[in-house]
Design a binder for this molecule. Sequence first.
Ligand SMILES: Cc1cc2nc3c(=O)[nH]c(=O)nc-3n(C[C@H](O)[C@H](O)[C@H](O)COP(=O)(O)O)c2cc1C
Length: 165
Amino acid sequence: MSKTLVTYLSQTGNTKKIAEAIFEGVEGDKTIKPMDEVQEIEDYSLIFIGFPVHSHSVPYKTEDFLRKIPPGKKIALFSTHGSLPGGHLATEALEHAAVIASKAKILGTFSCRGKVSMEAIEVLSKSPEHKAWAEMAPSSQTHPDEGDLEDARSFAKRIIMLTQD
Ligand SMILES: Cc1cc2nc3c(=O)[nH]c(=O)nc-3n(C[C@H](O)[C@H](O)[C@H](O)COP(=O)(O)O)c2cc1C
């Protein structure tokens, strides 16, 4: 029997919301769990793995999780970020995640914006490392919005269709 896991890391709830929308879009036998509660990776035939972009990259806990994925396992990656969509700032962490998990079978990726508190923007935009994305972040306040959640549900459905070919 095919079983799907949706797992995520989320500090302030944005990636969790996207994970829940993906979970809604998945049909069949399915489980949703925060990343640090997942033990039995082998039980699942498909795993959606989500994380917030931190410092242009993948948080360490997610890196560790990705390194444990057995070769050939079907996975789909998703992330949330404060920067504007479309540019390299929004996709470089996903690309890095795909390299870490390159022995897995990556069926697709999804990303959208997630709000950053004004207090965090204020602090982060003062550091050279964060300046580039933090300057774009004030307009992320309404995300993830209903459009993002709908896109995430559609992403889940597309990935599930790929597993049925
Ligand atoms: C310490 C820190 C570093 C961040 N670094 C980036 C970054 O490099 N690029 C970016 O687009 N967003 C960055 N963000 C914004 C988060 O990726 C975004 O708010 C995300 O939706 C948070 O997800 P969460 O609510 O699931 O934790 C950062 C946020 C924090 C708190």
